[in-house]
Design a protein around this ligand. Sequence first.
Ligand SMILES: *[C@@H]1O[C@H](CO)[C@@H](O)[C@H](O)[C@H]1NC(C)=O
Ligand SMILES: *[C@@H]1O[C@H](CO)[C@@H](O)[C@H](O)[C@H]1NC(C)=O
Ligand SMILES: *[C@@H]1O[C@H](CO)[C@@H](O)[C@H](O)[C@H]1NC(C)=O
Ligand SMILES: *[C@@H]1O[C@H](CO)[C@@H](O)[C@H](O)[C@H]1NC(C)=O
Ligand SMILES: *[C@@H]1O[C@H](CO)[C@@H](O)[C@H](O)[C@H]1NC(C)=O
Ligand SMILES: CC(=O)N[C@H]1CO[C@H](CO)[C@@H](O)[C@@H]1O
Length: 386
Amino acid sequence: MKFLSLIAACGLVSSVLAAPTPDVIKGNPFSGVNFYVNPLYTQEVSQSLKVLTQEKEWSLDAQAAVVGLTSTAVWLDSHVKVPSISYHLENSLVQAKLTGKKTVVTFVIYDLPNRDCSAGASAGEYTVADNGLEYYKEYINSIKAEFNKYPEARVTCIIEPDSLGNLVTNLAVPKCAEAEADYKAGIIYAIQQLQQPNVALYLDAAHGGWLGWPNNRIGAVQLFGELLQAAAPATIRGFSTNVSNYNKFNTTAFDPITKYSDTPDELLYIQKLTPLLQNASLPYNFVTDTSRNGQQNIRNTWGDWCNIKGAGLGARPSANTGVSNVDAFLWVKTPGESDGTSNSSAPLYDPNCSQNDSLPNAPNAGSWFNQQFIMLVENANPPIKA
Ligand SMILES: *[C@@H]1O[C@H](CO)[C@@H](O)[C@H](O)[C@H]1NC(C)=O
Ligand SMILES: *[C@@H]1O[C@H](CO)[C@@H](O)[C@H](O)[C@H]1NC(C)=O
Ligand SMILES: *[C@@H]1O[C@H](CO)[C@@H](O)[C@H](O)[C@H]1NC(C)=O
Ligand SMILES: *[C@@H]1O[C@H](CO)[C@@H](O)[C@H](O)[C@H]1NC(C)=O
Ligand SMILES: *[C@@H]1O[C@H](CO)[C@@H](O)[C@H](O)[C@H]1NC(C)=O
Ligand SMILES: CC(=O)N[C@H]1CO[C@H](CO)[C@@H](O)[C@@H]1O
């Protein structure tokens, strides 16, 4: 007995002392690995299920539980969330050990000054007027310090959804014009600090209904080129599209709202961007958010974005996309978390959130929204297999 526990103790000591093997990403960071399941999301869903079963008979709780065990991205949408990186990376290493497979975690970097400059629902903690860029750099430095503690963990980041889209099309909005220089400097800084052998970055490229229009995509590629040239030699793996959106990835039954567009789905958008990126010698790999694109023909206009009624979960997170330069389908937007409040007296109210194609009684962006979660599970396409 004593002998065995001595051996066990030696095993423990040596496994603590052995330096972990650093992860070095080559090619698609999602290929051949597991996708991280966030235990906090699993908990959120099981809380929701408790409320549900008290409220009504619901036949889909087994499916909902499967959703709770599906990989979702972790949003670092304020500086106080940064220390949670350790929690997530440690859990990812546990999941890797349990499954015998490397496990990739996706974080969303989302805290620029004047965030969400063209809308009201997701304004952030920093402003350009109040030294926001310096605070943002501290936020990025803290993220880097957390990542550096776990060189053996595999990490991908989605950098600043909506921000560059706003610079391409919304500079007429004063809050966006004011933010232009800080958005650029902040994103260049984020790329330079965060790109590491075990960290792959995806810069957000909005979606086909926004930057897909011919002039917009040319403007977007010019802007990407300008920022990547400034960030070099640091670089990115590619671009993310459709974060929090509802566009189909590949369809032949186009939604009527996309009628005048030559990029009515995300695959066509990616296929139009790819040659422009190649011609500019920029990376041209993509990830696409499929968390809510299961159903179409649910919006009055293509720009509508807030808690859309009738939406359903889309393709499950996977590296099997069928397209060589699409690295993965991801659930970036967390299914069940609100896009914004429908209360017109609330400080973060945006009129998009009380239109007739939005769910009523919605809480603030990021807060749990049971009705939305139920709806997404009920309308999942493909359906969730329990
Ligand atoms: C897109 O959908 C069409 C028709 O449904 C199919 O033939 C094609 O293989 C799909 N392309 C990709 C890349 O998935
Ligand atoms: C390719 O890039 C060059 C500049 O490097 C530009 O002049 C040309 O218009 C681009 N062609 C296309 C098809 O985008
Ligand atoms: C909703 O947001 C879109 C931009 O995505 C905008 O085009 C539209 O006018 C907004 N609608 C309302 C009612 O604010
Ligand atoms: C709407 O927001 C206002 C201002 O924050 C608050 O006083 C009110 O209680 C809210 N209404 C509902 C229904 O939550
Ligand atoms: C919803 O609102 C739009 C205007 O935003 C209007 O055109 C449409 O008829 C309304 N639909 C219903 C079902 O009330
Ligand atoms: C990054 C990005 O473009 N996100 C957009 C995805 O689509 C929704 C709905 O149109 C928008 O609200 C997001 O801003």
